[in-house]
Design a protein around this ligand. Structure first.
Ligand SMILES: Cc1cc2nc3c(=O)[nH]c(=O)nc-3n(C[C@H](O)[C@H](O)[C@H](O)COP(=O)(O)OP(=O)(O)OC[C@H]3O[C@@H](n4cnc5c(N)ncnc54)[C@H](O)[C@@H]3O)c2cc1C
Length: 394
């Protein structure tokens, strides 16, 4: 497909760049923060940045026109925005889950009333969301989840059960929860997609999980009779809605992610040149391979966004970027040599070690082949849905 930037895109770029340059200065403390291994950093300031983006009309630019408070941008303009955003190293987005996962789900499966209620506060950067799918014992095999919901005497849904690995639950105002609403139902039947306010201190308990990076970006979440305010797609349709949402995990945000990757690769190259490590032919070879693979991923993503028909495309993309990012993390440390193994700072119970950007990249990227569907699961999808191999016995 032809994918170039036209005159209108360049006008849009000028507007995006001017806005970012005029506004990012007040958020200097979180510039370049919120990426791999620092997702937990900058709490109040990053929340304020979300509101700033919202007041500039920069949230939800990929949504259609519907009076939800978002500006509407073409596909190429969305790419332009992602490029400009990465160029000024604006903070990692706290609002990503609401903007890029929940919103498209409501647009596809929600009622107009739900869209009117939930999309405008996401567009204003006011309400943050988290994703309540995984449970102890239900990760790759999500259909074995045990969290349930039942109606109380007033007809309201009450959710009980435990979710785990819930990114940003400690910041979120809302959680979309996949729960069993039909007692006795099995696997993917009898599930519903519920919208649950997190501010229910008696019934929602968020407990941080310490990660390999020493920080806590994700959590365990315990629901004990928490009220759900809405069911998306109708009672019992949760599996269809939940799977539809996973399809939105990629899209233009893949391109934005790749722009972030490009910046990280540049950082590794800078390190390698500064230290002279680039004269090691193995390191030089790896840099060039990573660069070429990143170009391939970009064309692949553009082709998919351009509507190229391919049932396995999201799985192929996930396999490519997960492995790529891990190899980048490994190279980042190899460039440093033995010194990369040493953490800075004093050892305390709260912060056992201080990590720099490259060390965080290496440690965090171990997770890239797990979340959003592990590599093994992506290969199973390709085997079954693309190659037509026999289905896995469950
Ligand atoms: C950084 C991070 C953020 C996350 N954020 C969220 C979030 O916000 N919300 C949320 O709901 N979840 C989140 N998750 C959870 C994530 O979706 C799960 O970790 C993932 O689905 C894998 O599930 P699991 O951890 O239970 O591992 P398991 O499913 O127990 O898998 C363990 C291993 O067995 C392999 N395996 C499992 N089944 C098969 C099979 N059938 N065939 C071959 N191999 C198999 C897996 O590939 C993996 O290597 C996050 C995870 C991470 C790492």
């Amino acid at each position: 497909m032809e994918f170039g930037f036209g005159e209108q895109d360049e006008v849009f770029r000028g507007e995006a760049r001017a806005w970012l340059e005029a506004h990012i200065g007040r958020f200097a403390g979180v510039v370049g923060r919120g990426g791999p291994g620092s997702e937990h950093e900058g709490g109040a300031e990053r929340r304020a940045w979300e509101s700033e983006l919202g007041s500039g009309g920069w949230i939800g630019i990929g949504w259609p026109e519907g009076g939800y408070g978002n500006r509407v941008a073409t596909l190429t303009q969305q790419v332009v925005w992602a490029e400009e955003y990465a160029r000024v190293r604006a903070p990692g987005r706290y609002g990503h889950i609401g903007e890029n996962l929940l919103a498209p789900t409501l647009l596809a499966h929600g009622s107009e009333e739900q869209r009117r209620r939930f999309l405008p506060p996401i567009a204003r950067g006011e309400e943050l969301w988290c994703q309540g799918y995984s449970e102890p014992g239900a990760g790759s095999d999500l259909a074995s989840l045990r969290t349930s919901a039942a109606r109380d005497g007033d007809g309201r849904w009450r959710v009980s059960g435990q979710k785990v690995w819930t990114s940003l639950a400690h910041e979120a105002d809302w959680c979309f929860v996949l729960a069993r609403t039909e007692p006795g139902s099995r696997r993917h039947h009898g599930l519903s997609f519920l919208l649950v306010p997190m501010d229910q201190p008696e019934c929602v308990d968020v407990r941080p999980i310490r990660q390999l990076t020493g920080t806590s970006e994700f959590n365990e979440v315990f629901f004990d009779g928490a009220v759900a305010e809405s069911v998306v797609g109708g009672e019992g349709s949760g599996w269809r809605v939940a799977m539809g949402l996973l399809g939105f995990e990629r899209g233009v945000s893949t391109l934005a992610q790749q722009i972030g990757f490009q910046e990280e690769l540049r950082g590794v190259v800078r390190d390698a040149v500064a230290s002279g490590a680039v004269r090691d032919p193995v390191i030089a070879d790896r840099i060039v391979r990573l660069w070429a693979e990143l170009r391939t991923m970009r064309w692949n993503a553009l082709r998919t966004l351009g509507g190229a028909e391919n049932a396995g495309a999201p799985s192929v993309a996930k396999l490519l970027w997960g492995g790529w990012h891990q190899r980048l993390g490994e190279l980042a440390l190899r460039v440093r040599g033995a010194a990369a193994a040493v953490g800075a700072g004093d050892w305390t119970a709260d912060a056992p070690y201080e990590l720099d950007e490259q060390q965080r990249l290496f440690l965090f990227s171990r997770a890239d082949t797990i979340y959003g569907g592990s590599d093994e699961i992506q290969r199973t999808i390709i085997a079954e849905r693309v190659l037509g191999l026999p289905r896995e016995a469950l």
